[in-house]
Design a protein around this ligand. Sequence first.
Ligand SMILES: NC(=O)c1ccc[n+]([C@@H]2O[C@H](COP(=O)([O-])OP(=O)(O)OC[C@H]3O[C@@H](n4cnc5c(N)ncnc54)[C@H](OP(=O)(O)O)[C@@H]3O)[C@@H](O)[C@H]2O)c1
Length: 250
Amino acid sequence: MERWVGKVALITGASEGIGASIAEKLVQSEMKVIGCARNIDKLNKTASKINNVGPGEMYPYQCDLNEESQVLGMFQFIREKFKTLHVCVNNAAVIHDTSILEGKTEEWKHMLNVNVLAVLICSRESVKLMRESEVDDGHIINLNSVAGHRIVHKPLYGITKFALSAINQGLRVELIGAKTHIRSTQISPGFVETYLLDKVYPGQGKCDKLFSEMECLKTEDISEAVLYVLGSHPRVNVNDIIIRPTEQLE
Ligand SMILES: NC(=O)c1ccc[n+]([C@@H]2O[C@H](COP(=O)([O-])OP(=O)(O)OC[C@H]3O[C@@H](n4cnc5c(N)ncnc54)[C@H](OP(=O)(O)O)[C@@H]3O)[C@@H](O)[C@H]2O)c1
């Protein structure tokens, strides 16, 4: 990771869960990390915990990825403060309990905006800033899911994650076409010990129930994969990583 020391990374959804763990690892690798989320209090708390250890630094930035103007404002902030960007981790995602046959269009739009459109916008803006500042070895990392590789009962989340697989492949093709060495990678976890599902079904204790039934992945299992991806030699483009808990079937 030595070549990333002092370099600038953006992580979306960095206040908790997998994003916070990735932020922690990149700050430990002496990077400057802009971490965004909507809840600024939670984000500030995460940043000060991470910054207490260092040696890099996390810069909390409040941004709702559902709003393009806020995403563009975040890139303006990065451009003004850091003048460059080397790594973008598209990590944030939302889930609604919705279906094709009975779902509400508003819930679909929210999932498509955050899980798909914001990934496209952040990827475009990241590559633009990398190229403007002559960064030829940047990296875009997208947090996909096993749900992006096979559709099971609640398909909408999977539909957004399948789109992410297509984005990851499309990005690689376009980056090669643009004659840059910027790489794109997707990481697709199975169940990870975060409280993402409890946001969909509040007060039902679904996550703790799942954690008691299966040994799920820890967030650091995913952030260590990010270090592996970034630590690979620039000639190596790790395109796709699927990581399941040993006990997870599907
Ligand atoms: N946990 C799993 O089992 C699992 C499995 C496979 C894949 N994944 C993927 O891994 C990624 C991270 O999941 P996680 O489990 O770590 O989720 P999490 O613990 O719920 O964290 C989600 C993060 O995204 C932020 N976020 C949500 N909506 C946002 C918005 N509109 N604008 C900006 N930030 C927003 C949240 O902060 P705010 O709410 O404050 O905005 C939070 O920081 C997601 O892409 C998810 O699909 C997770």
